[in-house]
Design a protein around this ligand. Structure first.
Ligand code: ADP
Ligand code: ADP
Length: 229
């Protein structure tokens, strides 16, 4: 079962302008259900560009991108937004929590955006997710009162709220000390193993990358090596 399939993905910026530049030069990539893959590569190699395409935040110039069996090529913006909401969870280097909301309220956000108003079922799901990331006792604390590692755990719980098959994690441990980074990484691996969620982890931390199932290395807009497995 592939959760993500990229075939011949190219991306240019400034299409039709004198500054037109191709950044991604034909990426082929398949991620299976439950895979935990690292995406590495030097600054400027196109990692963010690729992640934006996979996250359905931008469209490829050519090539096909299939998520959970849905070919995204012909979808309009509203359909992409809907597919993104149901298929992709995001964890960023900056957690983007709402600091004036509690941990529980932050985890409820994706469900609120989808369904409009809070209900008991949403709270129950959010409580369960906070239990799962080891923050049961912190659910009513404001995000701003939590440590960096705890905030990233809340962000991981939030990314799971819609039970997406795929989670994109962009330098999720980049702002954390080694101990917190290791523990947040271990949490993501545990979540992936227990739920079958596919992870694509962008990281500069090679020690963590080597603990992933697979390393996808991007150099100058091309995949140069896929190690591990
Ligand atoms: P990387 O993870 O490889 O550092 P980023 O996605 O963080 O890539 O950044 C992409 C490009 O934008 C890089 O060249 C980086 O230096 C630049 N960049 C990233 N964040 C900022 C920022 N806040 N201000 C200015 N430039 C930035
Ligand atoms: P990485 O995340 O690996 O650092 P990026 O995908 O951020 O790489 O950047 C790859 C290249 O694309 C860089 O040369 C960057 O300057 C360029 N780039 C990124 N975003 C844009 C944009 N919106 N317009 C034009 N060029 C861009």
């Amino acid at each position: 079962d592939d959760v993500l399939r990229l075939a011949g993905i190219r991306k240019s910026y400034g299409v039709g302008k004198p500054t037109e530049t191709e950044i991604l030069h034909g990426i082929d990539l398949v991620l299976e259900k439950g895979e935990f893959a690292a995406l590495i590569g030097p600054s400027g190699s196109g990692k963010s560009t690729l992640l934006n395409l996979i996250g359905l935040l931008d469209r490829p110039t050519s090539g096909t991108l299939t998520i959970n069996g849905t070919d995204t090529t012909a979808l309009d913006d509203a359909q992409l937004t809907r597919l993104r909401g149901h298929s992709i969870g995001f964890v960023f280097q900056s957690h983007y929590l709402i600091s004036a909301f509690t941990a529980l309220e932050n985890v409820m956000m994706p469900m609120l955006l989808e369904r409009g108003r809070p209900d008991a079922a949403m709270r129950e799901v959010a409580r369960g997710l906070l239990d799962r990331v080891g923050l049961a006792k912190w659910r009513d604390h404001l995000a701003s009162d939590m440590s960096g590692g705890q905030q990233q755990r809340v962000a991981i719980a939030r990314s799971l709220a819609m039970s997406p098959p795929l989670i994109l994690a962009d330098e999720p441990t980049g702002n954390l000390d080694t101990k917190s980074a290791d523990s947040v990484f271990a949490l993501m691996r545990e979540v992936s193993a227990s739920s079958g969620t596919t992870f694509l982890l962008v990281t500069h931390n090679l020690a963590l990358a080597h603990q992933c199932d697979r390393i996808i290395e991007l150099v100058d807009g091309q995949v140069v090596a896929m190690a591990g497995g």
